[in-house]
Design a binder for this molecule. Structure first.
Ligand code: ASP
Ligand code: MG
Length: 408
């Protein structure tokens, strides 16, 4: 008998029929003698609908009230799933985040989990119940409803698994695992049987949307055994997120190609090349709570240098405003912006023990005439910024060049 936490995403509970299917899958695990805690998202589209509704009243909705509202999406699905389970003779109980007491801080719309009270869940499990918990939500010290940020149900799932010391946390979604890249762009993309935790973290932070990045961080911190699976397939082992690099020897050096269309580039040209200039440029950006991703500074010439960095597209106008406002103070020649860029990254722990990955990446892009605007690297990834219009081509040629098209 194992204790399993299963998380079902919005499409998996997108209609009464699908909810019934989820109930059947849970019943199968119960029949095998396992204890099951289930975390669900809101029905697909529901969270977006609620946010749009709020925006009809307030252009930027009050965060506390927004959380009161959007948390209702998950409250609907937990009740429906518990009903569906009871309909087929499975004992079940649903709980909102505040009922289980997923205690969070008070950062509305992006709260962080402080602790989880597993007592009640344990008692229910021991009396043969399936425990159904609303994802994405919690409660702060003062009893206010909070939410964990978009895609936050993944984090709820992993956090519950950590609190309960579950044997496995299964994330059910509409794809059957983690792929070498997005199959919509490269039809030959393959499902990975396993991926290391570090690689998954890079993939998630670089734009792969399979798992919310915070859930991966959480899993790493608490060593939760995590598996991504499809809720639309009967069988299938999905992708296991592993902590070792075992079995990696047989595999390609690169595990996946990630990409991101959500960034924009800002270049400050002709600033004095002197100590403190990076701080003078980025300080006000950070003060405005704008996250900066890639940064490059050119070698200075004649006492001046150019400085480029990327921000999320949502922050682009704000960041441009800040820099244009500070242009004369910075003594910058000009401030340029480009929101038609894309970031492409190759990720793989194999990079640690192989040389030449960067040069192969650059050669492959050069052969297609794709200009690289920025480069950044870590121990297990190389990212480049290119013109957005070459994104799909770049992903395809890199996927092929790193032999990800082939079955292993
Ligand atoms: N329903 C929330 C969202 O759409 C949380 C989730 O699905 O994970 O972001
Ligand atoms: Mg999701």
């Amino acid at each position: 008998m194992a204790l399993i936490v299963q998380k079902y995403g919005g499409t998996s509970v997108g209609s009464p029929d699908r909810i019934r299917n989820v109930a059947k899958r849970i019943a199968k695990f119960r029949a095998q003698g396992h204890q099951v805690v289930v975390v669900v998202s809101a029905m697909s589209g529901e969270t977006n609908r609620l946010i749009a509704l709020a925006r009809e009243i307030q252009a930027s909705p009050d965060p506390r009230e927004l959380d009161v509202m959007v948390s209702t999406g998950e409250q609907v699905t937990i009740a429906l799933l518990a009903m569906a389970l009871k309909e087929i003779g499975i004992k079940a109980k649903s709980y909102t985040g505040s009922q289980v007491r997923v205690l969070t801080d008070s950062a509305f719309t992006k709260a962080r989990i402080v602790s989880i009270d597993e007592e009640k869940m344990r008692a229910d499990l021991d009396s043969g119940h399936v425990v159904v918990v609303a994802g994405f939500q919690g409660v702060d010290m003062d009893g206010n409803i909070t939410t964990l940020g978009r895609g936050g149900s993944d984090t709820t799932g992993v956090a519950l698994a950590a609190a309960l010391k579950a044997d496995e946390c299964q994330i059910y979604t509409d794809v059957d695992g983690v792929y070498t890249t997005d199959p919509r762009i490269v039809p030959k993309a393959r499902r990975l049987k396993s991926i290391t935790f570090e690689e998954m973290l890079e993939m998630a932070s670089l734009g792969s949307k399979v798992l919310q990045i915070r859930s991966v961080e959480f899993a790493g911190k608490y060593k939760v055994k995590l598996r991504v699976l499809s809720s639309f397939e009967e069988e299938g082992e999905g992708t296991l997120i592993t902590f070792e690099e075992e079995g990696k020897m047989e595999q390609p050096i690169i595990s996946g190609i990630a990409f991101n269309r959500d960034e924009a580039k800002i270049t400050v040209r002709g600033v004095p090349d002197k100590p403190g200039i990076a701080y003078q440029i980025l300080g006000p950006v950070a003060d405005a709570n704008i996250e900066v991703d890639m940064i490059i500074q050119n070698v200075g010439a004649e006492g001046a240098t150019d400085f480029s960095f990327t921000v999320h597209k949502n922050d682009f106008d704000k960041a441009m405003g800040i820099l244009r406002g500070g242009q004369s103070h910075l003594e910058a020649r000009e401030v340029l912006g480009d929101d038609r860029i894309a970031k492409v990254s190759v990720v793989g722990v194999g990079m640690r023990s192989h040389v030449g990955v960067a040069s192969q990446m650059f050669r492959t892009l050069a052969e297609e005439g794709i200009n690289i605007q920025m480069i950044s690297t870590s121990e297990i990834k190389i990212s480049v910024v290119i013109d957005e219009k070459y994104l799909e081509l770049a992903v395809r040629v890199l996927h092929k060049a790193f032999q990800l098209d082939q079955e292993v």
